[in-house]
Design a protein around this ligand. Structure first.
Ligand code: GNR
Ligand code: NI
Length: 165
């Protein structure tokens, strides 16, 4: 297992669109294990491969309080079930220390592949619905700050730059 470096906003590689996984071999399995280790260390509830500079459509997640319910989504798709939205204070390991309210569809169906390439689907509400949409955005090269006003986004960018200097 290895802990991977997490790219931070406004790193240009966070904007790369990830490619679907086509081969389910030991290297994908290793990537998934490393992503779980990286997410746990950073105390995140989700991580997209894009954040660790691997541009394949792989997401790991654990939204449980006990951190004992690992979830894996490969080549995920969502279908919005209800018109309603859920405002949620989102954070991101690639935008460390900033939390802002984002509104997203509250109820979705997730269709994805597991670690072995087997298809599954599940219905998501609440934090699971929020998190899967946040992670799929990463795979598309989108970040939660893209939903904020240009002014707020620029403030965050400048503060992060200052913190790193
Ligand atoms: O750890 C995370 N917490 C979080 C809180 C609210 C909405 C989304 C998230 S995902 C984030 C980890 C992360 O950056 N995943 O891409
Ligand atoms: Ni994120």
């Amino acid at each position: 297992m290895a802990r991977l470096d997490i790219l931070e906003y406004p790193h240009p590689r966070l904007r790369i669109k990830a490619e679907p996984v086509t081969v389910f071999d030991e290297s994908i399995s290793q990537l998934i294990d490393d992503m779980f280790e990286t997410m746990a260390e950073a105390q995140g509830i989700g991580l997209a491969a894009s954040q660790v500079d691997v541009h394949q459509r792989v997401i790991v997640m654990d939204i449980s309080d006990e951190r004992d319910e690992p979830r894996i989504y490969i080549n995920p798709e969502i279908e919005v079930l209800e018109p309603g939205t859920l405002p949620y204070d989102e954070g991101c390991l690639s935008v460390p220390g900033f939390y802002e309210t984002v509104e997203r569809p509250a109820n979705v169906i997730i269709r994805a592949l597991d670690r072995d390439g087997n298809a599954f689907e599940e219905e998501a509400v609440g934090l699971l619905a929020v998190c899967i949409q946040h992670e799929i955005d990463h795979l598309e090269g989108r970040l939660f700050v893209d939903y904020l006003s240009p002014l707020k986004r620029d403030r965050i960018r400048k503060k992060l730059k200052k913190q790193r200097a």
